[in-house]
Design a protein around this ligand. Structure first.
Ligand code: SAM
Length: 283
């Protein structure tokens, strides 16, 4: 069965009396080049186990199953399970795991599903959980690459460099844990139903934490503080976030080699790390 053929999809969904859920971010792929290119970009191949979040009716699952040794697909919508049983019937290297990915014990899943394999993530994500799920995946340290389709605007934010309008606390978080790559756009017309926004595929390749960060918790506190009041100078934004007076903070910022008038959105990971070290000395 062609899982990207509109007529076949409509017949399948109506046979199973399936109704799309907006709350579950259900926009299914209907152009076959998209799951093919996402699966190619994921690095799935012999020796790899792929965790997929939200298989839907399985167009990306099938592409991954044709490349990797094992695919484990987590699906929250119970009404999709009988559909997946039908569409994935030919693939004995796929395990569908019913449930909410946010509540899963990811290390247990990896240990059970991918023994002896290198774990990857590849998914057309439900857009409403993009930030928490990517945070969870990155913090888990379990995966050698994470290739996902998300809203283009969020993809740009994740990959943005200091000084760019899209650069924010989530860019720093993702770039702390991984090398980020913006791969390609996917137009709205490639989905059923068509979403309001353009999508994009990104790849996050986890790497060792930056050596310049000595106190991770404080580093992220500084990052969140700096972006908390976005249009304020670094000095004003940090005064709202730390129990230090302006003079102390001004000294910290200057000792880190920065101007107190600079805005947080111009700082690189190294500069945030230097600033966190100075703030730690004053706390
Ligand atoms: N992979 C399919 C495709 O590309 O056509 C469907 C992608 S659709 C954007 C997102 C899928 O994630 C849906 O099947 C939805 O039911 C599922 N989903 C939503 N929230 C989820 C969660 N918390 N855990 C697991 N799956 C979820």
């Amino acid at each position: 069965m062609d899982l990207c053929n509109m007529e076949e999809i409509r017949a399948l969904l109506s046979r199973h009396n399936f109704h799309f859920s907006k709350a579950l971010g259900q926009n299914f792929l209907i152009e076959s080049w998209v799951p093919q290119e996402i699966a190619d970009a994921s690095g799935a191949g012999a020796g790899y186990g792929v965790l997929e979040i939200g298989p839907g009716i399985g167009p990306l699952t099938v592409q991954l199953a044709q490349r990797a040794d094992k695919v484990a697909s987590v699906e929250l919508d119970q009404t999709l399970l009988p559909i997946l049983a039908e569409t994935l019937a030919d693939y004995d290297n796929v395990a569908v795991i019913p449930g909410d990915v946010m509540k899963l014990d990811l290390s247990a899943v990896v240990a059970q599903q991918f023994p002896g394999l290198t774990p990857l993530v590849c998914s057309n994500l439900p857009y409403n959980i993009t930030t928490p799920v990517l945070t969870l995946l990155l913090e888990s340290g379990l995966f050698s690459a994470i290739t996902v389709m998300i809203q283009k605007e969020v993809a740009q934010r994740i990959c943005a460099q200091p000084g760019a309008g899209a650069y924010g606390a989530f860019s720093v978080l993702c770039q702390y844990y991984a090398k980020t790559e913006f791969l390609f756009d996917v137009p709205k017309e490639c989905f059923l139903p068509s979403p309001k926004v353009t999508s994009a595929v990104i790849r996050l390749t986890p790497c060792p934490p930056p050596e310049c960060v000595h106190n991770k918790e404080l580093f992220f506190r500084v990052v969140r503080g700096a972006f908390g009041l976005r249009r304020k100078t670094l000095l004003n934004a940090l005064s709202a976030a730390f129990p230090l007076n302006k003079e102390q903070l001004r000294n910290c910022i200057q000792s880190a080699g920065l101007s107190p008038e600079i805005r947080g959105e111009r700082l690189s990971i190294l500069e945030f790390a230097l600033l966190a070290d100075e703030i730690e000395k004053s706390l």
